[in-house]
Design a protein around this ligand. Sequence first.
Ligand code: PMP
Length: 460
Amino acid sequence: MTHLGNSAGSRDIAYHLHPYTNLKAHETTGPLVIASGKGVTVTDETGKDYIEGVAGLWCTSLGFDEPRLIDAAIRQMRTLPFYHAFAHKSHEPAINLAERLIALAPVPMSKVFFACSGSEANDTAVKLIWYYNNALGRPQKKKIIARQKAYHGVTVAAASLTGLPNCHRDFDLPLQGILHTDCPHYYRFGQPGESEADFATRLAGNLEALILQEGPDTVAAFFAEPVMGAGGVILPPATYFEKIQAVLKKYDVLLVADEVICGYGRTGNMWGSQTYGMKPDILTSAKALTSAYLPLSAVLVSEPIYQACVAESAKIGTFGHGYTYSGHPVSCAVALETLKIYEERDIVGHVRAMAQHLQPGLRAFRDHPLVGEVRGIGLIGGVELVADKMTKRPFDPSLGVGAKLVSFSHQHGAILRPIGDSIGFSPPLIITEQEIETLLFRFEKSLADTADWLVREGVK
Ligand code: PMP
């Protein structure tokens, strides 16, 4: 962390209200000020390098210095730095990107709506679902079900969908009508003797029970990330989405796939929906859409949803939803270039090849006394630290073991993500075999330091 005498650090403390930060602690620790980036590495203001093990916030898929994205942005800036899409206006970058995304979609989709962030995309999806059911003349069918530990963002509806207490507590959320069902984490919530498939059957049964309890004619949609990211890198148990989708179909409940982390290759397919056999009615995506070089998100909607929007808006003339920056031309130009690079470099093939190194490399830590579970697919992984390997007993959260490991990893030159005591990995998709080895080696040293620290603290 920055020394407080440092001017950038002290000015940060003086003026900058940080997102997702322990604000009190920040007043004494100050920020880690990142100054530049190259490939999968970022460099802080003192010149120290770090492998970005989480691609920033699971997003810089092409690393930190892709010249083609910079050139695409500059070209578009020079041609048309801004135009909007309200009231029948349009421009080539948005048109081309919408066409490209419809061609890439994992299931037939009809139209693309653009926003700036994952949160806005998910708020848009919620509003479309409400609009859709009004169009169909069933105004009571409005409740939405998400899952405990889900992450869907922080705007008012998206934060309500998110199933993490910190996003609700003291913000007066969730909104009424947004409900949460089980987190599909087999290691934590599977019962003794229960197979993964039986666990999935039980969760699908609980979802059905919730829908019946609420009344199927009041439940509109179910939101799910293919792999839950910010809730702890939680992979669905075998047969989960098959069974969940059967329930949704039975009660005419829409499926929204939140592909904000999983989209564009992360799980070893272009979409997490393909990895897990999801057939969404709405798909939201962001982050790797532009490799995070500029803010952009996309909401893909099915033909019936589009037709309902047309019918409903026809009553008053205008579809009353849209952002100033919906389909920002510079963001769209960068997204088109990003998608071109993914295709030219076969990013999905590269992820599959690199997963052959990251996944076994992470699984090698399974035998470590502090490690309860290692999970992952493609280039996303999680290592859960536990106080007792046999009983799966977690550490007392007040010890901050995950955060401690990540502070050691900073010392060793790797940026990782603590999610409670699970350590998240989601490196840029361009990472090489050798860089994965370096990342794993730095993690190993951080794990060893954490074990020593726990002994010094008298915990283990
Ligand atoms: N959905 C998922 C699955 C996410 O991981 C995130 C961000 N981590 C969001 C939505 C929200 O995206 P944003 O932060 O761009 O609003």
